[in-house]
Design a protein around this ligand. Structure first.
Ligand SMILES: [Mg+2]
Length: 289
């Protein structure tokens, strides 16, 4: 079997079993066995920053990845023997959108907007400005104001809004217009010579949707909410990318399809040959009659 696989996966509630649903026993061990195959290139794709990615890897005994796309797609690290190397080519790719400005400049432009409270310094980077936004804020008016100011300064930006439920606060990430999980994955594919047919993405939630419904082969893990599942299916259908979206069902190798079990189920859906790698590492010996 002469195959290579670029496995790109979200962390929280996709390979990290940190949602309310149960995790199948042994699923993460199988995932680590898959990642250890020489044919497999593993990339974590996450909103977390480097420090929080390292914490997740340690706390959940995850395999070391080859790449980390962090900070909502604004940073790519190549990891070689525990050495994290910042991929400056990626920054050069997205920087022109901000017309020579960086995070400090952007924050300066928006300093007096009362509903924007800057997040902690660790959550900012050269091409990511992050804010807390009160839940009562009129985000439409806010977006209009922000866009006007940025455009006036020659900045093409992508505004990513989300909600931190435990903290009961809105979040806003301001990124270069071309910085996204999908673009970063495509950059990784292109630089390493991976085709669509060599690549699988896995995710669970709203910020994974653009990749889930793209032409990149993708799997939605079974623990995703019904809302995300319906949105993914509807958008994949209207974009004619249905063949590149797989929804994990459970039942694969007697596992429940949640978290890494769903990731593995999806990988085998696209690359059936991979099943034998997993059964080998699970210690299943073919019947000898
Ligand atoms: Mg997630």
């Amino acid at each position: 079997m002469n195959r290579q696989l670029l496995l790109c996966t979200d962390l929280d509630r996709t390979v990290l079993p940190n949602g309310p649903q149960s995790e199948s026993q042994g699923a993460r061990t199988l995932f680590a066995a898959l990642a250890a195959r020489p044919e497999v290139t593993l990339a974590y794709v996450t909103g977390r920053d480097r420090h929080l990615v390292e914490q997740a890897i340690a706390n959940y005994s995850l395999p070391q990845p080859d790449y980390v796309i962090s900070d909502v797609g604004t940073t790519i690290y190549a990891i070689d023997n525990d050495r994290w190397q910042h991929w400056h080519e990626w920054q050069q790719e997205i920087a022109p959108d901000w017309g020579g400005l960086n995070d400090a400049d952007i924050r300066g432009l928006l300093l007096d907007i009362v509903d924007l409270q800057q997040q902690e310094p660790a959550k900012q980077n050269l091409y990511k400005s992050s804010y807390y936004v009160p839940l009562y804020a009129d985000t439409e008016a806010l977006a209009h104001e922000i866009r006007q100011r940025l455009e006036h300064s020659g900045v093409r930006a992508n505004l990513v809004w989300s909600i931190d439920e435990p903290r009961a606060t809105g979040l806003l990430d301001i990124l270069p217009a071309s910085a996204s999980k999908e673009h970063a994955i495509r950059f990784l594919m292109q630089r390493n010579g991976f085709q669509l047919s060599d690549t699988v993405f896995a995710g669970d939630s709203g910020n994974d949707l653009p990749v889930l419904v793209s032409e990149i082969p993708a799997v939605l893990v079974a623990n995703a909410s019904a809302e995300v599942r319906d949105a993914a299916l509807a958008r994949a259908e209207s974009g004619r990318a249905v063949d590149a979206l797989y929804i994990a069902q459970g039942g694969f190798m007697d596992m429940n399809g949640n978290y890494t079990a769903g990731v593995l189920e999806g990988v085998v859906h696209y690359q059936p040959d991979v099943r034998s790698w997993l059964t080998d590492s699970a210690g299943e010996v073919p019947a000898n009659d």
